[in-house]
Design a binder for this molecule. Structure first.
Ligand SMILES: NC(=O)c1ccc[n+]([C@@H]2O[C@H](COP(=O)([O-])OP(=O)(O)OC[C@H]3O[C@@H](n4cnc5c(N)ncnc54)[C@H](OP(=O)(O)O)[C@@H]3O)[C@@H](O)[C@H]2O)c1
Length: 193
């Protein structure tokens, strides 16, 4: 069994990960971290998970996380993962990051859209986690930068068409829409109905 920890488990992606991983036969979910819900049972945060997961949310503690996991998912807002992922990799953990922090090979691309990158040396190691395209590399990767929801919806249908030279690239337009879940669980005025 691979022992897995999720950092930021109470967010939308973290909770979905909990649901998926609890059904995985080779994974033991050992640690779920949260700032606001440390000490709370996960099922109190997500009542639908009652009877599915019997874990209590915990405050993030690097040593504890490393001692109790072989692999870590970081399901945090971007900017935070690059603060902790280097330490996790240094301690031999495999990491799958759901934010944008490790999606781009070039730091300049990230920095053009987000902020200065604090773990540039890891970008060359990171594998873009589009499993339909990078399956073999993902299997061997120590660090996976999962693609965002928009790029996934755009890339999956387009890559086979582009590879087979069936499209005029100058004519491509991706007009993407998301529901409010795409902005995460924290309430904000811009995502209220
Ligand atoms: N939502 C989507 O559809 C979607 C799709 C693809 C990728 N992503 C990416 O996945 C990542 C997580 O997104 P999400 O939608 O799951 O976010 P979310 O619902 O806002 O959850 C964020 C999680 O991170 C924790 N957190 C927030 N700020 C923190 C801080 N300053 N220090 C420590 N922990 C903090 C929260 O902890 P508390 O429990 O303490 O509140 C919560 O558990 C983001 O990078 C996002 O871009 C999201």
């Amino acid at each position: 069994m691979t022992r897995v920890g999720i950092v930021g488990a109470t967010g939308y992606t973290g909770a979905e990960l909990v649901r998926i991983l609890m059904g995985h036969p080779e994974i033991e979910l050992t640690i779920l971290t949260s700032r606001n819900y440390a000490g709370e049972k996960f099922e109190n945060v997500y009542p639908a998970m009652a009877g599915v997961v019997d874990l209590v949310c915990e405050a993030f503690d690097l040593d504890d996380l490393c001692a109790r996991s072989d692999m870590v998912f970081t399901a945090l807002p971007h900017k935070l993962p690059m603060e902790i992922v280097p330490a996790l990799i240094k301690r031999g953990k495999k990491v799958i990051d759901l934010s944008a922090d490790f999606r781009f090979q070039q730091a300049a691309t990230y920095e053009a859209h987000y902020q200065p990158h604090k773990a540039k040396d890891l970008l060359a190691k990171a594998v873009y986690g589009l499993c339909e395209i990078n399956f073999d590399r993902i299997q061997k990767a120590v660090l996976v930068g999962n693609p965002g929801c928009y790029p996934t919806s755009v890339l999956l249908p387009l890559i086979p068409l582009v590879k087979n030279d069936l499209l005029d690239l100058d004519t491509l337009i991706a007009d993407s829409k998301s529901g409010v879940s795409g902005a995460g669980r924290s309430p904000s005025l811009t995502t209220l109905f």
